[in-house]
Design a protein around this ligand. Structure first.
Ligand code: NAD
Length: 343
């Protein structure tokens, strides 16, 4: 699989793709991304394509929308040699990847992520899927894209909140795998500068790829990528029911602190490292406290896909750059961690 990261890739995209080897081409996107960037993509593709445009948002990651995509492909005579381009955030790359993996038992697709989170995380590693019966990503496949193309210029239209939220996955990559990367992120003078963006995205993708390649189906090592997410998924689910839901990346930042607190309390992680982790989350403006019921949070954590036999299993840092996974934690410490991240 090839990955390219650079500026203004959209308008010269046909230089990266061999479109002549495909019978048909579709671009899956959402209305917001389309309004900013679809014309630029059109200019770059220099070829007719079927445009499938969804409403923006997590709610679209459902079976009805998936059926809509399959129908569009079928009605427009897409065959096995067609190509789907997923052009959007993680919602688009997840549902588009799933549609491609199942249509005619699998057609080729490429990801053109337009959020930071999708660039460093959702578009990398071949996990596709939809939400089902209220459970996030319950139905899905492992099916890798043929290529990931990242035009860093498209991030310029992201709302500041979305832009910043993407950095929690970047910080996560540093904590779980690479102290040098952590130090680099910690010491950057001008945070969120376009100049550093290419380097950061490259670095993060390399880390995720290294981990995924060693464990494609998440039977072991890949679980370290879930650091922060046992808490985050529970927090996200509860926050979605409120008037001001947190973004995924914002919930992950809280989860990183909660789970680092657990690592420190269980004696796995030194206090100095815990403070550094808290410090970097603050530096990237991702620090906040939550206000949810402890019981609700724990009940949701019990539904985490990493669990086995109804036991909550954590991926925890033992130092910055090194992790352990499948860790059972006494309930008392989980309670303390929830207290720590709560208002
Ligand atoms: P998203 O796709 O909903 O995008 C967030 C918002 O930003 C949307 O309103 C979208 O229209 C808008 N947007 C996207 N690009 C834009 C741009 N360039 N300019 C202006 N607005 C833009 O959300 P996301 O945060 O990108 O992704 C979250 C999804 O990713 C979740 O469904 C999550 O489950 C999934 N995910 C998947 C994996 C995986 O490995 N498959 C990993 C992490 C997250």
């Amino acid at each position: 699989m090839k990955i390219y990261v650079g500026e203004k890739i959209l308008t010269k995209i046909n230089q990266y793709l061999d479109l002549n080897s495909y019978t048909k081409l579709a671009v899956l996107t959402d209305k917001i991304v389309a309004s900013f960037w679809l014309d630029k993509l059109k200019e770059g593709l220099k070829k007719d394509f079927l445009s499938i445009t969804l409403k923006p948002g997590e709610k679209e990651k459902n079976l009805k929308t998936l059926t809509f995509i399959w129908q569009k492909l079928l009605k427009n005579n897409f065959d096995r040699k067609s190509l789907l381009i997923n052009f959007g955030g993680g919602v688009i790359t997840d549902i588009g990847g799933f549609a491609a993996s199942t249509y005619m038992r699998g057609i080729d697709y490429i990801n053109l992520p337009t959020t930071i989170l999708a660039a460093v995380d959702a578009s990398v590693g071949g996990k596709t899927g939809i939400n089902f019966l209220g459970v996030k990503n319950l139905i899905g496949t492992f099916y890798e894209s043929k290529m990931i193309l990242i035009d860093t210029f498209v991030f310029s239209s992201l709302p500041k909140r979305e832009f910043i939220a993407g950095f929690s996955e970047i910080i996560k990559h540093a904590i779980i795998y690479d102290k040098k990367y952590f130090d680099f992120l910690f010491n950057i003078n001008h945070l969120f500068d376009q100049k550093n963006l290419k380097k950061i995205i490259d670095w993060s993708i390399k880390i995720k790829m290294k981990i995924v390649q060693k464990d494609k189906k998440e039977t072991g090592l890949r679980k370290i990528l879930n650091f922060g997410h046992t808490f985050a998924h529970a927090i996200e689910s509860l926050s979605l029911k409120t008037k001001k839901p947190l973004l995924h990346g914002e919930a992950v930042a809280v989860g990183i602190i909660g789970e680092s607190f657990i690592a420190q309390k269980t004696g796995l992680l030194k206090k100095e490292d815990f403070f550094l982790i808290e410090e970097i989350i603050k530096k990237y403006q991702l620090f906040q406290k939550i206000n949810f019921s402890k019981t609700d949070l724990k009940n949701l954590m019990l539904k985490d896909k990493k669990n086995i036999n109804q036991k909550i299993l954590f991926s925890l840092p033992i130092k910055i750059g090194e992790m352990v996974f499948n860790v059972k934690v006494p309930e008392k410490i989980i309670n303390l961690a929830i207290d720590y991240i709560s208002l």
